[in-house]
Design a protein around this ligand. Structure first.
Ligand code: NAD
Ligand code: DAU
Length: 345
């Protein structure tokens, strides 16, 4: 039987990186191609353990570069495309929306054209629950796959636009596809600009943790390895043309998340610094994952054991995040939090 070729875009990033590792190790009979342009969020050191494996390949390319992408698809004839490459940070989208439209919308369209061109078996588009907008604080309400799209940030608007393009390529050209919409991920190799790794890395350096607004906004946290399992299942078993929400019913306020990490690390709550709110800050996200559960998915991590494992990982991998904090990230951090008048952070 011919080996399957899987193209993973954004495989040098947080979720893509975990997904590449998962696929390379779980499926020796698949050739896994990691395509990434290596923005500030992409890093290949995470793949040192697999870089010499026969079933792992890296391609440095920009998904917006149509000529390169079409040639690559013609040459490699991928069976599956799992699309994770994106600009992913909401705060950055508020200061510079243009690059989000470029990568998330135009880049997705290029990949769709290339996938249609060679008739891939399936295009799996990894999207986000943020396309649904926000929920209020009523704990009985959840995002379902039928919730209307009402994105509030430039990031989520660019993701919603890409979702609509994927849908249109299915409806118009019959391109086989699935869309997954996941809640907030956390786990190993999470870039320290996002709440959980930012909190862990700053606490380990005894630095203040910035909390936007009153800290009562709610996110629904999912361990990244449970997300990888979900994408694998949808890629193999998802019904063509369908959307699947991914989430594990782990709702926490931001304040609860930060205090939990403080307790585990035995750090004082005096390190909390309330800073001005994010513009257009979505109140609450919460996923109803019933459709995916009916396909056979079940998360393995509770928030309690997942956050413990994640904190241990950051303790064991200080070198990885310290390298990131010592680079251009410094400028980003000063700019982001000085704008908000949080000079003590
Ligand atoms: P990330 O920012 O950690 O990684 C993104 C990767 O994409 C990086 O390696 C980057 O170099 C690459 N990339 C960016 N622009 C590119 C381009 N033009 N061409 C090629 N590669 C490019 O992101 P993440 O948090 O791992 O998110 C991955 C995907 O999952 C995104 O599509 C995001 O919208 C979605 N998602 C993320 C979360 C979350 O909690 N992090 C939740 C739901 C969905
Ligand atoms: O819901 C899925 C989304 O989750 C993904 O699509 C995004 O790519 C991912 O970045 C994430 O978006 P959020 O905006 O929810 O994640 P972030 O870690 O940036 O923020 C989580 C919450 O913490 C949010 O309510 C804002 C708050 N926050 C964040 C930062 C960085 C703070 O209070 N202080 C901070 O310094």
């Amino acid at each position: 039987m011919a080996r399957k070729k899987i193209l993973v875009t954004g495989g040098a990033g947080f979720i893509g990186g975990n997904f590449v590792q998962y696929m390379v190790n779980k499926y020796p009979a698949y050739d896994v191609y990691n395509l990434d342009v290596l923005t500030y969020a992409g890093d290949l050191t995470k793949h040192r353990n697999i870089e010499n494996k026969d079933n792992y390949f890296f391609v440095k390319a920009d998904i917006v570069d149509r000529g390169t992408i079409i040639s690559l698809f013609e040459k490699e004839q991928f069976d599956y495309v799992v699309h994770l490459a994106a600009e992913s940070h909401v705060d950055r989208s508020i200061t510079d929306p243009g690059v989000f439209v470029r990568t998330n919308v135009l880049g997705t369209q290029v990949l769709l054209d290339a996938s249609k061109h060679i008739n891939v078996t399936k295009f799996v588009h990894v999207s986000t629950d943020e396309v649904y907008g926000e929920l209020d604080f009523d704990p009985t309400t959840f995002f379902t796959e039928d919730t209307p799209l009402q994105p509030n940030s430039p990031y989520s608007a660019s993701k919603a636009s890409s979702d609509l393009l994927v849908r249109a390529y299915y409806e118009t050209y019959g391109l086989p596809m699935n869309i997954t919409r996941c809640s907030n991920n956390y786990g190993p190799y999470h870039f320290p600009e996002k709440l959980i790794p930012l909190t862990i890395s700053r606490l380990l350096n005894d630095e203040k943790v910035p909390i936007y607004g009153d800290g009562k906004n709610i996110r629904d946290w999912l361990h990244v390895w449970d997300h990888c399992k979900a994408v694998d299942l949808v890629m193999h078993e998802g019904r063509e043309g369908e959307i699947y929400n991914v989430g594990g019913h782990n709702e926490r306020t931001n304040l609860e998340v930060v205090k939990t990490i403080m307790t585990i690390l035995s750090k004082s709550e005096d390190l909390i610094e309330f800073v001005p709110d994010r513009l257009g800050h979505d109140k609450r996200y919460a996923i109803d994952p019933t459709k995916l559960e009916n396909l056979g998915w079940k998360p393995t991590y509770t928030f309690e054991n997942g956050i413990g494992q994640t904190i241990l990982w950051y303790l064991d991998n200080k070198q990885w995040w310290e390298n990131i904090l010592s680079g251009e990230y410094q400028d980003y951090f000063i700019n982001q939090y000085t704008i908000k008048n949080a000079k003590n952070c």
